[in-house]
Design a protein around this ligand. Structure first.
Ligand code: GAP
Length: 453
């Protein structure tokens, strides 16, 4: 189903990402490398918060999942067995007029005639298959036997290490192996900012089970993943579950859900949750000649486990979080006049900086000293930012724009100058409601810890 797109909103998001240091074009000073992105100081915090939270709920908070971190360089035999060498390709067509390389599904059709979406040219090449894997050579000799691939997904190293991990973790079915890491695909047309990149990160779980548990676990993981997105601040109304029909699913999959998000450029896939049966382990067992079976102590039988795979993109989720958070509203300036403001309404758990700390005036030493004490008090528990420059309203605005959920202001009341009862209290401002409450400095760490967890 198509959704309305919002080009202007997307442009504003891309511009904010660059202006405030979330995401930059890779190799920008040399003209940029298409399909590669660098995360700046705030982007890297946001990305880490996402990965850490995924790891926390998928690995640390469960008894039935362990983690791993596999190599990016992959033996060609692995990707031959998985089917990637033969089949991991997109149909591609070239436009002879403007020389554009196009994915076949990007052509536009006018009055029944296929055209180039860039120049309208109708002189197109025949369709051919283009393999998306990046090939490289290991060692000094660049020959056939030295070929290795940059992994196109993290999943395969999980399957290949299945037996080792089973033995060391001594898990019983059902259990999962999780991994977060880089993947590489030579996409024909990287586009929509970071949405379709050539280098990106995945968060993948391979959850192994008995065959009869597969369909039920597929639904279970779909629900778990929806909860996850809500817990990182993506509203349920922007998320959509697409039950992938038989003719679009991989031949070995008995069921797949795509979790889609309403990006400003339309509704697109955020994550796939797929029941892959025993395809992967069977393929690797066949190709390697090594047993990847599981001995079921209850039935005293050896089985190849089936697997349900929730596979999410880190970069796409970061982009979804930024898109979801981006808001423009009205806020009063220092003179009480309403002005428009940009706010990133990140869930506090995900926000790159949790708390900004402001002395009311930078030239009043006791205010500055107290503010620095608060920085030191909060720093062990969260990312903080100290800012003493400019009017207080402008300082709030700068933090709103990068999504800092809390602001602490140290004023003359903190020093007990107006009312001794208020000594060692500060104002705590909430980014979204802009409401301020007076709290004791000693209570700040506990109050904030509770709100950002
Ligand atoms: N192991 C299964 C697998 O890799 P996929 O649907 O090809 O499945 C899973 O990829 C997720 O990885 C996607 O839902 C998306 O979030 C992310 N992803 C895939 N290709 C991407 C690309 N070119 N750029 C950014 N993210 C991508």
């Amino acid at each position: 189903m198509s959704t309305p797109t919002d080009t202007q909103r997307m442009e504003k998001i891309v511009s904010l990402c660059k202006r405030r240091g979330f995401i930059f074009q890779s190799s920008e000073i040399y003209g940029g490398l298409n399909g590669a992105w660098d995360y700046g100081p705030l982007g890297v915090e946001l990305k880490r918060n996402l990965k850490n939270y995924w790891w926390r709920v998928v690995v640390h908070e469960r008894d039935d999942v362990v983690g791993m971190d596999g190599a990016i360089l992959t033996h060609p035999a692995v990707l031959k067995a998985s089917g990637h060498v033969e089949g991991f390709s997109d149909p591609m067509i070239d436009c002879r007029t403007c020389k554009a390389h196009l994915r076949a599904d990007q052509l536009v059709e006018k009055k029944g005639v296929k055209q180039c979406p860039n120049c309208g040219g109708k002189d197109l090449t025949e369709q051919r298959q283009f393999n998306l894997m990046f090939e490289t050579h290991v060692g000094a000799a660049a020959e056939e036997s030295s070929i290795a691939y940059l992994r196109p997904e993290t999943a395969q190293s999980i399957f290949v290490q299945f037996k080792n991990i089973l033995e060391v973790s001594r898990k019983k079915l059902p259990f999962g192996i999780a991994q977060i890491g880089k993947a590489f695909r030579n996409e024909i047309n990287p586009r929509n900012f970071t949405f379709r990149s050539r280098e990106f990160e995945q968060m993948e779980l391979e959850y192994f089970c008995r065959p009869e548990q597969g369909m039920e676990l597929l639904d279970y993981w779909k629900e778990e993943r929806l909860k996850f997105y809500e817990n990182i601040g993506i509203s349920r109304t922007s998320l959509h579950v697409r039950n992938v029909p038989d003719d679009e699913r991989a031949f070995y999959s008995k069921g797949t859900y795509d979790i889609e998000y309403d990006f400003p450029f339309g509704r697109q896939e955020l994550e796939g949750v797929a029941y892959r049966t025993d395809y992967d382990l069977s393929q690797h067992q066949k190709a390697s000649g090594k047993s990847l079976e599981y001995f079921d102590e209850e039935t005293k039988e050896k089985v190849i486990p089936h697997v349900v795979e929730p596979s999410a993109g880190v970069d796409r989720t970061v982009l979804a979080m930024i898109s979801e958070a981006y808001t423009e509203d009205q806020a009063p300036n220092d003179k009480g006049e309403m002005e428009s403001r940009i706010v990133l309404r990140f869930h506090p758990r995900m926000a790159p900086i949790k708390c900004a700390i402001f002395p009311l005036l930078k030239n009043k030493e006791p205010l500055v000293a107290k503010a620095k004490e608060i920085v030191a008090l909060l720093r062990p528990d969260m990312t903080v930012f100290y800012d003493e420059s400019g009017a207080i309203g402008r300082r709030y605005r700068r933090q709103d724009e990068i999504g800092t959920p809390f602001g602490v202001t140290i004023d003359f009341e903190t020093l007990g100058e107006k009312d001794p009862a208020l000594r060692d209290t500060v104002t705590l401002r909430d980014r979204d409601s802009m409401k301020q409450e007076r709290v004791a400095i000693q209570d700040l760490p506990a109050i904030l810890r509770e709100r950002i967890r």
